[in-house]
Ligand binder design. Structure first.
Ligand SMILES: Cc1cc2nc3c(=O)[nH]c(=O)nc-3n(C[C@H](O)[C@H](O)[C@H](O)COP(=O)(O)OP(=O)(O)OC[C@H]3O[C@@H](n4cnc5c(N)ncnc54)[C@H](O)[C@@H]3O)c2cc1C
Length: 585
């Protein structure tokens, strides 16, 4: 009997990271009563959420006084006031219950001697509206994301969620403003499957692979936002991409902020704690954009370890004074990374670090229930949701605080899942046309028949270099305008890549070409939006416009991909709680 390549579900979720799994858990709350499927190109527990190290922020106040209101304020200030403030308040309020829910579902958090969930410091988290650092990050050693993923996956299995592992999203079916399903490629067979669904949630994670040095996994190629962008959905705030200050030199592998949370110190070639000059109150625990820029400023002034800004210079992260006991107990994976990748014992020698492309604050715009934004006037898509790193709700604004992504996944993954389950109960079954997979079919067969002598790897390396150099930590208009043109040329060059492998099963050459196209589409939108924002805010630091300009740019950017160009629009920021102020620490 041949297998069916057509499926029907109430809710289909693309992505099995923290956001997708939490949404699936909520959407499937009554097992068997409504049918939920999770489609994932990876095996669920290999999702990038599993790499999250440092912690999940929640104002439990277990170690010292803390309040959700302070957490929300830090989130807004850390995001340089581009955060939607009601969303930040929900994030901070719901974080507390979300952490206890995870604990009740079996997540093994690290504990205080009295048995409470332990908490450590993280950048930008303060008490009493910026007075001093506070311990807000709940953690499970330096394997917090791994534990979240395991816990949620087990719960989804219990709720009888159907998993389609190693299925790759190729198209989202949208008619007008209504979503009716998706088309996905089964990696093991090369077959295209059509999933009709009343509601679809996109939770495909980040897109850091567009940069040369990145902490992101190979799979983080932004497929969800790219597929939607090609279907006419606008992307929001794509110009804001966070560089984490401490990636392992030359490799980008992340050294969690938890190291500085436990007391680690950044030092230049003279051994100086240079953050004293930049953010005297929060020092090494200032927001990430500020520290990444401080590191680059030290390097440019010849105070990197090599003393030569023209080389691939770096600074030191000194954790030697923390002692072997703290490193072994609280940061075991980090110690292991240092031994494996650097042949270095962090208890004895400082770690060589450089900023690494880490997190996309922008993505698919949504309302507070995860419904996808269609325009700048409050229009929404019907039955189409997004959550997690690929979405922009927006709680991170121009710069995300550490530990706030994991909170975003569970808080807004849950809200979107809840809304989906109500929505599907009030909605008739979704019908998709007989030729629903025609577009995807044409795309895949077109890619496999391409002729030409361009090489995907060369195009990929060029994209990464341009994004790093022209759309990285510091940016300038002339360079970004040129970057857009070059990226458009690279996008056209992907049409001249010949895929030598003709097999149907696990054709990774074909998949990588598909992913490269996705990354390039998002890179074009990122560069175009960044060039359009003529101010500096959060992670978007322009040398030609060094000041924040609230009069003209206190607004979300919307970018519509049209062919290989970008049409720009805007959406208001929710400023209903706090007045924007200069960001000083
Ligand atoms: C090294 C590292 C450490 C981090 N540490 C922290 C931390 O301590 N605290 C914190 O708050 N944040 C941290 N972050 C950020 C945070 O982990 C991520 O933003 C978050 O986990 C993303 O979760 P997600 O559910 O959105 O996506 P992911 O966990 O990335 O999952 C994406 C899912 O989408 C699926 N998918 C993608 N494309 C397709 C497709 N085409 N078809 C089908 N499926 C697809 C994948 O298979 C995967 O299941 C860290 C990030 C990194 C890279």
């Amino acid at each position: 009997m041949s297998r069916s390549l057509r499926h029907e579900f109430d809710a289909v979720i693309i992505g099995s990271g923290g956001a997708g799994l939490y949404a699936a858990l909520e959407a499937s709350r009554v097992p068997g009563a409504n049918r939920t499927a999770v489609i994932s190109k990876l095996l669920p527990i290999r999702s990038h959420t599993g790499a999250a190290q440092g912690g999940i922020g929640a104002a439990l106040g277990n170690i010292e006084e803390d309040k959700p209101e302070w957490h929300a304020f830090d989130t807004v200030k850390g995001g340089d006031y581009l955060v939607d403030q009601k969303a930040a308040a929900i994030l901070a309020d719901d974080a507390v219950q979300a952490v206890y829910d995870l604990e009740n579902r079996g997540l093994p958090f690290s504990r205080t001697p009295e048995g409470k969930i332990d908490q450590r410091r993280f950048g930008g988290h303060t008490r009493n509206f910026g007075e001093a650092p506070v311990r807000r990050a709940c953690y499970a050693a330096d394997r917090t994301g791994h534990m979240i993923l395991q816990t949620l996956y087990q719960q989804c299995i219990k709720n009888e969620v159907s998993f389609f592992d190693e299925f790759h999203l190729v198209d989202v079916l949208i008619e007008g403003r209504k979503c009716t399903g998706v088309v996905a490629l089964e990696l093991a067979t090369g077959d295209l499957h059509v999933f009709a669904s009343k509601a679809v949630l996109i939770a495909t994670g980040g897109f850091g692979r567009m940069f040369r040095t990145t902490s992101n996994a190979y799979a983080n190629t932004g497929d969800g936002p790219a597929v939607l962008a090609r279907r006419g959905v606008p992307l929001q705030d794509m110009e804001f991409f966070q560089f984490h200050p401490t990636g392992i030199r030359g490799m980008g592998i992340l050294i969690t902020e938890g190291v500085r949370g436990e007391g680690g110190i950044l030092r230049n070639r003279h051994g100086e704690r240079f953050m004293e000059q930049y953010t005297p109150t929060l020092l090494d625990l200032a927001p990430r954009d500020m520290i990444a820029r401080a590191i680059l400023t030290e390097i440019r002034a010849g105070r990197g370890l090599l003393g030569d800004p023209t080389q691939d210079d770096y600074v030191h992260l000194d954790a030697t004074h923390l002692g072997r006991d703290v490193l072994d107990k609280k940061l075991p994976d980090i110690s292991d990374f240092c031994r494996t990748y650097l042949s270095l014992d962090p208890a004895e020698k400082p770690i060589p670090v450089q900023p690494t492309a880490h997190y996309g604050m922008g993505g698919i715009g949504t309302d507070l229930e995860g419904r996808v934004v269609a325009d700048g006037q409050g229009g929404l898509y019907d039955g189409l949701y997004a959550a997690g790193e690929c979405a922009c709700v927006s709680v991170h604004g121009a710069n995300r605080l550490g530990t706030n992504s994991l909170v975003d996944l569970v808080v807004f993954g849950r809200r979107a899942g809840r809304h989906m389950s109500e929505f599907v109960n009030q909605t008739d079954s979704s019908a998709v046309s007989a030729d629903a997979s025609a577009w995807a079919q044409e795309l895949m067969s077109g890619l496999s028949k391409q002729q030409g002598d361009e090489q995907a790897e060369k195009i990929r390396m060029s994209m990464k270099a341009i994004m790093m150099d022209a759309v990285g930590i510091y940016r300038r208009g002339d360079e970004m305008a040129e970057a857009v043109t070059t990226l458009q040329g690279l996008r056209r060059a992907t049409e001249q890549v010949h895929v030598g492998d003709t097999s149907k099963a696990y054709n990774t050459d074909l998949l990588e070409l598909l992913e490269l196209g996705n990354l390039l589409d998002l890179a074009i939108v990122t560069a175009a939006c960044a060039n359009d924002r003529k101010e500096s805010r959060g992670a978007h630091a322009r040398e030609d416009f060094p000041d924040r300009d609230d009069d003209n740019y206190l607004k979300h950017t919307l970018g519509w991909l049209e062919g290989d160009s970008v049409r720009l629009g805007a959406r208001g920021v929710d400023l209903s709680i706090w007045e924007p102020k200069p960001r000083q620490y």
